[in-house]
Design a protein around this ligand. Structure first.
Ligand code: GDP
Ligand code: IMO
Ligand code: MG
Length: 435
C-alpha cells in the first residue's frame, strides 16, 4: 500500500474477520477514519497493550489522539448506543470530542426498529409449517431502520434530532403506523407515545449536536487539504444486501461498493482496498455455509479462535477456508491486497483443508461463488488438503520465522486469489502482526 493514498478495509467473508485490528494498525498512516455502512450490528475489537476495546458505531481509529473519525451518511445510528460508546471510551481515558463527526443525513435507529427486528425474527422462526425462516439478526434494528430510509416519509435522520418541533410532528404519524405494525407482529406493548419519544430523542440530539454535521462537505474539504482517509467497512461482502448470500445478509452495501453512496466520495478516492479474511471461515446467524464443520473440527476452531460474537456473544459457526467465496468477494470489492487473520488458530492441525470449488447437484463443479442462498445450500465443498504445522506462531513477527507449512498455506491462498498477502495476523495485539 502506498502512503498518501486512501485505503478501504473490507471483510471478505461473513464478518468478524478482524477488521478492527487492521483499521487500528492502518490508522497510523491515515488522517481520517470513516464508517460508511451498517450500524451497531458491527462489533470491531481492538487490543492495545492489555486493553481490549469493542467498537460498534465509532470508527476504530478513535483510539489515536490526532485522527478525525467520521460516521458517514450510509450508517444507521442508534443514538443510545452511540452515547454509551462515547461515555465508555471517555471513562477509559480516550478523547471523544471534536475528533468525532456524525452525518446529519445518517438515519436514526429508533426503539421501535429494535422491537420490530426482534418481533419479525420471532415470527419468522415460527413460520407455520415452513420451519425456521429467521435470519438470525443481531436485533439491533438495522433492517427496519434501513427499510424506513427507503420508505422515506417515516424515516428520521440525525439532523432531525436537532429540530424538536419537526421531530414531534414526524413521530406523531410514524408512531401510529409503527404501533399497528408491531401489534400485527404480535407485540403486546402500550401505544408508542410520540411526545415522550420526541422529548427523549431531542435530548440525545442536544447531547450529540457538537458532533452532527454535513460530513459529505467535511470529507471533500479534508480531501482537498491533502488528508488521507481510511474507510472502515462493517459487516462483510458476503452479507452485502446486493452481493451476499441473500436473504441471509444484512441491509446495507457492506462491500467496498457501499463506500461512495455511504460517504459522498466518488470512486476515484479509493486507491487501496485491503480485503480482510480469516485463515478459516466463520458465520453468525442463519444461511448457507458450504465449508462449515459441525463436528469436532468446528468446535476446535471455535475454542482456539474464541469464536463468540463481539456484539451478541453468540457462538460463531466455524469451518475451513472457502476460497471460492473469498475470491468472489475480492472481485466485488476490487481488492488490491489481502490481510490473512487468525493464522495462529490453525496451529496444531495435522491437516488443513481449503475449499477450492463446489460440487453442484447436477454433478458439475463450479469455481464461481453462488450468491443465492437456496442454491448455495445445495453446493458441496471440494477440498484440497495441505499439511498443517505443530508450532505455535503467536510470537512470530517476520515471514521467514513462520513454519514452512504455514508459508505454503499462505502461498496457496495468494496463488488462488491472484493477490498479494500484505499482512498476516497471528494474535489480537498490534505487535502480533507479520507485514
Ligand atoms: P471484526 O468485526 O472484523 O473487527 O472482528 P471481531 O472483532 O468481531 O472479531 C475478531 C476477533 O479476533 C477479535 O476478538 C480480535 O481481537 C481477534 N483477533 C484479531 N486478529 C487475531 C489474530 O490474528 N489471532 C487471534 N487469535 N485473534 C485475533
Ligand atoms: P462485523 O462488522 C458478523 C449478520 C448477523 C445476521 C445478518 C443480519 O462485526 O463483522 P443484522 O442485524 O445486520 O440485520 O443481521 O448479518 N451480521 C454480522 N455477522 N459480523 C458482523 O459485523 C455482522 N453484522 C451483521 O449475524 O446473520
Ligand atoms: Mg465483529
Amino acid at each position: 500500500m502506498n502512503t498518501g493514498q486512501n485505503t478501504a478495509i473490507v471483510g471478505l467473508q461473513w464478518g468478524d474477520e478482524g477488521k478492527g485490528k487492521i483499521v487500528d494498525l492502518l490508522t497510523a498512516k491515515h488522517d481520517v477514519i470513516v464508517r460508511y455502512n451498517g450500524g451497531a450490528n458491527a462489533g470491531h475489537t481492538v487490543v492495545v497493550d492489555d486493553q481490549k476495546y469493542a467498537l460498534h458505531l465509532i470508527p476504530s481509529g478513535i483510539l489515536y489522539e490526532d485522527k478525525l473519525c467520521i460516521i458517514g451518511n450510509g450508517v444507521v445510528v442508534d443514538p443510545i448506543q452511540l452515547i454509551k460508546e462515547i461515555d465508555t471510551l471517555r471513562d477509559r481515558g480516550i478523547e471523544v470530542g471534536d475528533n468525532l463527526k456524525v452525518s446529519n443525513r445518517a438515519h436514526v435507529v429508533m426503539p421501535y426498529h429494535k422491537e420490530h427486528d426482534a418481533a419479525l425474527e420471532r415470527k419468522l422462526s415460527q413460520a407455520a409449517g415452513n420451519g425456521d425462516q429467521s435470519i438470525g439478526t443481531t436485533k439491533r434494528g438495522i433492517g427496519p431502520a434501513y427499510a424506513d430510509k427507503v420508505h422515506r416519509a417515516t424515516a428520521i435522520r440525525m439532523g432531525d434530532l436537532l429540530d424538536p418541533d419537526a421531530l414531534l410532528s414526524k413521530l406523531k404519524v410514524t408512531c401510529s403506523i409503527r404501533c399497528a405494525e408491531l401489534t400485527a407482529l404480535g407485540v403486546d406493548t402500550p401505544p408508542l407515545d410520540p411526545i415522550a419519544l420526541a422529548d427523549e430523542f431531542s435530548a440525545y440530539g442536544r447531547r450529540l449536536s457538537p458532533h452532527i454535521i454535513d460530513t459529505v462537505y467535511e470529507l471533500h474539504d479534508v480531501t482537498k487539504e491533502g488528508k488521507t482517509t481510511l474507510f472502515e467497512g462493517a459487516n462483510a461482502c458476503l452479507l452485502d444486501i446486493d452481493h451476499g448470500t441473500y436473504p441471509y445478509v444484512t441491509s446495507s452495501n457492506c462491500s467496498s461498493l457501499g463506500i461512495h453512496a455511504g460517504t459522498g466520495l466518488p470512486g476515484r478516492h479509493v486507491q487501496n482496498v485491503v480485503g480482510i479474511m480469516k485463515a478459516y471461515s466463520t458465520r453468525v446467524g442463519a444461511g448457507p455455509f458450504p465449508s462449515e464443520e459441525l463436528g469436532e473440527i468446528g468446535e476446535r476452531i471455535r475454542e482456539r479462535g474464541n469464536e463468540y460474537g463481539t456484539t451478541t456473544g453468540r457462538p460463531r459457526r466455524c469451518g475451513w477456508l472457502d476460497l471460492v467465496a473469498v475470491k468472489y468477494s475480492a472481485m466485488i470489492c476490487g481488492t488490491t491486497s489481502i490481510a490473512c487473520m487468525l493464522l495462529d488458530v490453525l496451529s496444531g492441525f495435522d491437516e488443513i483443508k481449503i475449499c477450492i470449488a463446489y460440487e453442484l447437484p447436477d454433478g458439475t463443479t463450479s469455481t464461481r461463488f453462488i450468491p443465492d442462498a437456496r442454491k448455495l445450500a445445495k453446493a458441496k465443498p471440494i477440498f484440497e488438503t495441505m499439511n498443517g504445522w505443530a508450532e505455535e506462531i503467536d510470537d512470530v513477527t517476520s515471514p521467514e520465522n513462520l513454519p514452512d507449512n504455514a508459508r505454503a498455506y499462505l502461498d496457496r491462498i495468494s496463488e488462488y486469489l491472484e493477490l498479494p498477502i500484505s499482512i498476516v495476523s497471528v494474535g489480537p495485539k498490534r505487535s502480533q502482526t507479520v507485514i
